[in-house]
Design a protein around this ligand. Structure first.
Ligand SMILES: NC(=O)CC[C@H](N)C(=O)O
Length: 360
């Protein structure tokens, strides 16, 4: 008799060892990162997902709060071949169901072949396959989480002072702390605003750069953030990371789509189209920009599948990345993105351009 069951959308029920009891459900995804489990588990972009680690041993260098990317664990459950006691204690403190001692290689292969799928999970002495299936039956698709921004955004505006002159407004759709840190380390003062901030809220800050953060779920479910982009495009230089790239593209006339199983890991190769340079990047996304629209050019692409990894508009002063230049976890190859973002304040017409994409 097992004490943990995962009911998969493809009809299978997988048995496991229960590490933290509970009942839950979410979109089953995997990351291939072999380090950085603290950063991944606290990355708000994993909200409403069940995170499977393809690397077999998770927890072998402990748990340290200084590596957290937010103030809580975001995946609804955690799955690995083997979790250490210390990670299990942390997951238990935060009431996040966890299972191990299952064939994660098989699980990952299924996701790769069939795509990200819903999963229902039951863990504990009274766990049954039926209980896991009941959770699965209640599981929503990712795009059905229409209020997901509200689940992860800052409850109130917060300012992080830098020692330079540039001010950045970071619209928090579930921002990783390392994005704030990367900007502050370069001298910027960062005003973090909720994802549904109004244009007036942004205007009151007299900001040099509008920055749209990473975040969970379907980019099309962030209507207030789309409106901000639409309102300021052409007036204020803009940057975005991951969900931020998707929202900016979509708000400026492009389209996004769901990928089969997405990119999650720390060794995704990306090529810069102009220079030909290839960098290793950290990624965590299940949607992608299908068409950048008429205002944006694709500047970087994923070497594996040609998806858009960087977008830009010289005319509107926009640069975005689909991957995570702030790393944490993963390689620091792409930190210079933040230098490029802050350099936009020096470009011609900064903050004084005519609005060229108006909603009215
Ligand atoms: N890391 C992110 O910002 C993720 C963006 C979006 N939720 C996706 O899955 O594509």
């Amino acid at each position: 008799m097992s004490d943990a069951y995962l009911a998969l959308e493809d009809g299978r029920v997988v048995e496991a060892r229960g590490r933290v009891p509970g009942r839950t459900r979410g979109e089953l995804v995997f990351t291939t990162a072999y380090t950085g489990y603290e950063e991944s588990l606290t990355d708000p972009s994993y909200e409403e997902q069940v995170l499977t680690f393809s690397y077999p041993l998770i927890g072998n260098y402990g748990v340290r709060a200084e590596r957290f990317e937010s103030d809580r664990i975001h995946p609804r459950a955690a799955v690995a071949r083997e979790f250490t006691e210390e990670v299990v204690e942390w997951l238990a403190e935060e009431d996040v169901p966890a299972v191990d001692h299952l064939d994660t290689r098989d699980l990952v292969t299924s996701i790769r072949e069939e795509g990200a799928m819903k999963v229902g999970i039951a863990v504990g002495d009274d766990a049954t396959p039926e209980a896991a299936k009941a959770e699965l039956a209640k599981c929503k698709g990712m795009s059905e989480h229409t209020e997901i921004g509200a689940q992860v955004t800052t409850p109130e505006p917060t300012t992080y002072e830098g020692d330079g002159d540039t001010t950045v407004t970071l619209v928090d759709c579930g921002a990783k702390q390392s994005i704030v840190d990367s900007l502050v380390q370069r001298g910027a003062t960062v005003h973090v605003l909720p994802y549904d901030a109004s244009p007036e809220d942004v205007e009151a800050l007299d900001t040099d750069i509008l920055f749209i953060s990473n975040g969970p779920g379907d980019p099309e479910n962030y209507e207030p953030t789309h409106e901000l982009v639409d309102y300021f495009a052409g007036d204020v230089p803009m940057a975005g990371i991951c969900l931020g790239q998707q929202i900016i593209a979509s708000a400026l006339g492009g389209t996004t789509e769901k990928m089969a199983f997405g990119h999650r890991g720390v060794n995704q190769p990306v090529r810069d189209i102009e220079t030909g340079r290839v960098v290793m990047t950290t990624q965590n996304h299940g949607y992608t920009v299908a068409d950048p629209g008429e205002h944006l050019d694709v500047t970087q692409i994923n070497v594996n599948d040609d998806t858009a990894e960087g977008l830009a508009s010289e005319e509107l002063d926009v640069i975005t990345r689909q991957y995570h230049p702030e790393a944490h976890p993963g390689p620091n190859d792409t930190l210079d993105f933040f230098d490029d973002v802050l350099a936009m304040t020096e470009s011609e017409g900064n903050g004084r351009k005519r609005r060229v994409v108006a909603s009215d």
